[in-house]
Design a protein around this ligand. Structure first.
Ligand code: BGC
Length: 472
């Protein structure tokens, strides 16, 4: 259920059709980001309307995450049964309906049901966006197309922050959440222009249609060769289940993916994304000023993700990841310090905004895009879909664990120690990345797979880094 890697005709021209389809598929990321961002601005007002305790606030945030875990867990299977396009359409309808449920929710339980519903849609979308793109993308555009998805996620977050800001004056949280119908409708309608995935068509025996579509998206490539490849991988994949993932040669890649999935979350990014206005509020900012500062955080997130999209193929994954983690660690300890010294009260607000922005910048240049990029690269074709599904579920589960505990944790041990805890976990992540994460820049997926088979996934990273240095 994954990408076709080899014969896209090397120098073949990439036509507009592929770009349009890729851009529409990236709207899945936009949906993912929109919902991630919208709740941060709505939460303080929802809290007032329903007199929510910290725990209830966490439940409102987490309802979507539980939905996303379920959606990501079922998404791989559903997409194989129904096809990618149809499922994208279904996800957009689910998201549309969930947004309406939230907008009109008369009580907290209904609001949580609405959150779960949109979450389910996002869980499916977070898996299908990259999956679909990898299936129609030529391999030489792999890096940038996969990272474009993260760019769409961050753009969705920023869009949500603008919507939050627009409705903050009147505290209109129902409008904020209800606006989710717009990106959902755009995605649902946009789907009409997306070609069916050739791989899915081969799977269900529609080879002629697959050939037609391949001809449209690879104008100057050898379509027959690619069709052959698809058939071969389909055969290899038949019967692939979780069992195959436990084979010993795949284990290093599984550890890297699962580790990064969990570390991406337990170093605290979404406490900032979800709770930024709540954090700024507590340092003395008024509600709308907090949301404005949060818009600034969104702009930083998009800008540095854009920088990453350009740098990942030039500098490599490892340098960006390690620099990003170093910076995140420093900022988390700094933020803990800012909150610790109460005497800094007057400038605490300002320092916290600067610290949070720098922390987000370091995440956006490294751990943010690198996690999603690596999981699309390090798995052998025959298990890539299953493996990506599994680590995506882990990512959402870790996200849930952090989000549900953040406010409780800050109440119990205070903000300083909470940020220091994330700082300590960033150090652990740095060590993990330093020793275990391979460099995949400029390497073909076949070469990565053969390293894995010969048990030298990370061994090749130094070699690859050396090559990079020599090339420069
Ligand atoms: C993470 C999300 C996060 C987003 C922030 C993504 O890579 O998976 O959990 O909200 O980055 O930009």
């Amino acid at each position: 259920m994954v990408s076709t890697e080899s014969s896209e005709g090397g120098s073949g021209e990439i036509n507009r059709f592929v770009y349009v389809a890729t851009a529409i598929a990236a709207l899945n990321g936009l949906l993912f980001g929109f919902d991630t961002g919208i709740i941060s601005g709505a939460l303080p007002f929802i809290g007032k309307t329903f007199q929510l305790s910290s725990f209830m606030k966490e439940l409102v945030v987490s309802g979507a995450l539980i939905g996303a875990i379920v959606g990501a867990a079922g998404g791989g299977r559903l997409t194989d049964d129904f096809g990618r396009r149809k499922l994208i359409f279904v996800a957009s309808i689910i998201f549309f309906v969930g947004s309406l449920i939230m907008a009109f929710a008369p009580s907290v339980p209904i609001l949580v049901v609405g959150r779960f519903t949109v979450g389910f849609g996002i869980g499916v979308a977070s898996l299908i966006g990259p999956l679909y793109n990898s299936e129609i993308a030529p391999s030489r555009l792999r890096g940038s197309l996969v990272s474009l998805n993260q760019l769409a996620v961050t753009s969705g977050i920023l869009l949500a922050y603008f919507v939050n800001y627009a409705f903050a004056q009147g505290g209109q949280w129902r409008w904020m959440l209800g606006m989710g119908v717009v990106p959902a409708a755009v995605l649902g309608i946009g789907m009409i222009w997306m070609p069916k995935s050739p791989r899915y068509l081969v799977r269900i025996g529609e080879e002629e249609e697959a050939r037609d579509i391949l001809k449209r998206i690879r104008p100057s490539a050898d379509v027959d060769e690619e069709l052959d490849d698809i058939r071969k991988t389909e055969k290899e994949q038949s019967g692939t289940g979780l069992g195959e993932l436990l084979e010993s040669w795949i284990r290093p890649a599984l550890i890297v993916g699962a580790g990064l999935a969990v570390f991406q979350q337990i170093t605290g990014i979404n406490t900032v994304i979800y709770y930024a206005p709540t954090i700024f509020n507590s340092t003395g900012f008024a509600s709308s000023a907090s949301i404005l500062a949060t818009v600034g955080v969104g702009v930083v997130n998009v800008s540095f993700t854009l920088a990453a999209v350009f740098l990942l193929d030039r500098r490599g994954r490892r340098p960006l990841l390690l620099v990003g983690l170093g910076g995140m660690t420093a900022m988390l300890f700094g933020l803990g310090g800012v909150f610790y010294f109460q005497s800094l009260q007057g400038i605490v607000g300002l320092l916290s905004v600067v610290g949070v922005m720098a922390y987000v910048a370091f995440f956006a240049i490294g751990l943010g895009p690198v996690f999603w990029l690596l999981i699309s690269e390090i798995y052998p074709l025959e298990v890539r879909g299953t493996a990506m599904g599994l680590v995506t579920v882990l990512n959402w589960a870790a996200n849930l664990a952090v989000s549900i505990s953040f406010l409780t944790l800050t109440n119990a041990i205070g903000k300083s120690f909470t940020f220091w805890l994330y700082g300590a976990l960033s150090i652990v992540t740095f060590v993990f990345a330093y020793y275990l994460v391979p460099e995949t820049k400029g390497r073909s997926l076949e070469a990565i797979e053969s390293d894995l088979r010969s048990n030298s996934l990370t061994g090749s990273s130094e070699e690859a880094t050396e090559q990079t240095v020599q090339n420069e």
